[in-house]
Design a binder for this molecule. Structure first.
Ligand SMILES: Nc1ncnc2c1ncn2[C@@H]1O[C@H](COP(=O)(O)OP(=O)(O)OP(=O)(O)O)[C@@H](O)[C@H]1O
Ligand SMILES: [Mg+2]
Length: 259
């Protein structure tokens, strides 16, 4: 039995063509990839055809908000996406979470724990997804890990060597948000500040709010230092989510067409 829909004649072919043209998927221009240092042995970087897009920024800077919008936009444009982030590896994320509940491990042990978590995701998620042409969206990358450790007086050369395993992303956005805005956003979201993200282990102040502001300033200084050698794109994160997202989209579009 014909239904009311299929009793109508099909639209003329040129209308189909126009619609398809508008929805055409832009195949990203291939740009060669490289590792910061020794990388993963035996891996052919020329086969990594996807794009690695990193969003960095302090706790509550709006990374999740922006990433969710980017996923929706990129998938709407026909790109397959996958998300990675810190403490998400199948190998050590549970143990890492437990280690964060206490404050008994040394900075070096915690650092190696995080590096293991990163390496596992790099090898088992990021690289295979890039080989399959995915847009890999990373909620933080090695820079947060390095900045946290540098704020705790760990040796920068040792850290650079440790993260020589990392692939150089296609682009890194740093959401730059003032400490006052960060406090407001964190309270709006969690009604509290996080022990580690307030740098309470550093003994900067016994007052959490005061410690948070001091620690975020310390972290911002480390990011500024890393920015000179790793070259992030600084994004003014104090604006509305829409304005920030429009900025990110514009920059990602340029990346996809190889500009
Ligand atoms: N541009 C913005 N302006 C005002 N508020 C924002 C903006 N972006 C996000 N927020 C709000 O700030 C809070 C934190 O945002 P979001 O969860 O995206 O940050 P995050 O960086 O992912 O945080 P976390 O470090 O906890 O993962 C949320 O309540 C969110 O709605
Ligand atoms: Mg988040």
């Amino acid at each position: 039995m014909p239904t009311p829909e299929n009793t109508h004649p099909s639209p003329p072919p040129q209308i189909h063509l126009k619609r398809n043209a508008r929805r055409r998927i832009r195949v990203p221009i291939h740009t060669p990839k490289r590792f910061y240092g020794f990388g993963i042995p035996g891996l052919d970087v020329n086969k990594l055809v996807g794009k690695l897009i990193v969003v960095e920024g302090a706790d509550g800077s709006g990374r999740s908000t922006q990433l969710a919008r980017l996923v929706e936009w990129l998938e709407g444009c026909g790109h397959a996406t996958i998300q990675v982030g810190l403490k998400l590896s199948t190998l050590v994320s549970e143990e890492l979470e437990k280690a964060k509940e206490g404050n008994v491990l040394s900075h070096t042990t915690m650092s190696l724990f995080y590096a293991t978590d990163f390496a596992d995701q790099l090898e088992n998620i990021i690289l295979p997804a890039l080989r399959a042409g995915y847009m890999v969206l990373a909620d933080r990358y090695i820079y947060t890990l390095m900045a946290r450790d540098m704020a705790r007086d760990m040796d920068e050369a040792w850290l650079r060597n440790l993260y020589g395993i990392a692939l150089v992303p296609d682009t890194v956005f740093y959401l730059n948000v003032s400490a006052e805005q960060l406090v407001q956003r964190n309270f709006a979201k969690n009604q509290t500040l996080d022990y580690w993200e307030s740098g309470m282990d550093l003994g900067l102040s016994r007052d959490w709010f005061d410690s948070f502001v001091k620690y975020q300033a310390l972290m911002a200084a480390q990011f500024k230092r890393l920015q000179t050698s790793y070259g992030f794109t600084m994004v003014d994160g104090n604006r509305s989510p829409d304005a920030i997202n429009a900025d990110l989209r514009r920059k990602i579009e340029q990346l996809l067409i190889g500009k």
